[in-house]
Ligand binder design. Structure first.
Ligand code: FE2
Length: 223
């Protein structure tokens, strides 16, 4: 949670008026989503990993990160760039495309947004839990960080087929755990994504085979 906490501190420094915990959580989500922009030429680019491909071992192996980033995510980027040519989405930003498109364009745009947030949230220097306002907001909602972890892991383990589990916030700042199928993202429900774990098999199968629940338990060590 170091990265989330650092983003939180930066947000607080930039703000001149007192904020509630939930508002600060929304600021974190905005920061994360803000990392995802259409390129100047209207084409989307493969995001650069903010760490080396072996930095998350042993929780996620170098091989999994390499394939996940350079093959799977790169494939979504190339697909979207090809699919939007000549459509009303050619010059749209990624969030707009995810909110307004359907079919193949939605699937690929959603997966780019999801993965850009996913890869950005990890760190090799995790403290294992958030602190400050984010921790308080989680405790206010689930009673304790441990209860939140249990509910989050359960939601991730029970996504049927391929999809995602997210911690997200609604417009009032209430925190929620959501399950998203395939390439969907909480923004399609008017929610701000805060933390998302990919439960497509390509995210964990090389390292955990069918043991998705075990992967979800381990992943806290790199958030
Ligand atoms: Fe993925």
């Amino acid at each position: 949670m170091t990265k989330l906490n650092n983003n939180l501190k930066q947000s607080v420094l930039k703000l001149t008026t007192p904020l509630s915990a939930v508002t600060i959580v929304l600021a974190i989500a905005t920061l994360l989503v803000g990392n995802v922009k259409a390129q100047d030429n209207g084409k989307f680019k493969l995001m650069t990993l903010p760490y080396s491909t072996d930095a998350l071992e042993p929780v996620i192996s170098k091989k999994t990160i390499e394939l996940h980033h350079s093959k799977h995510l790169n494939g979504y980027v190339n697909n979207l760039n090809r699919l939007i040519v000549g459509t009303k989405f050619e010059n749209a930003d990624l969030e707009t495309i995810v909110k307004k498109s359907k079919g193949a364009i939605f699937n690929n745009a959603g997966q780019i947004l999801n993965h850009n947030l996913y890869f950005t949230q990890f760190t090799s220097q995790s403290e294992g839990r958030p602190n400050g306002k984010l921790l308080k907001a989680i405790e206010n909602t689930w009673g304790s960080f441990e209860n939140f972890q249990k509910e989050f892991e359960k939601a991730g383990a029970t996504v049927f087929g391929s999809g995602w589990v997210w911690l997200a916030a609604d417009k009032k700042g209430n925190l929620k755990i959501t399950q998203e199928a395939n390439g969907s993202n909480p923004i399609t429900k008017g929610l701000k994504p805060i933390l998302g774990i990919d439960v497509w098999e390509h995210a964990y199968y090389l390292d955990y085979q069918n043991r998705r629940a075990e992967h979800l338990k381990e992943v806290w060590k790199i958030i």
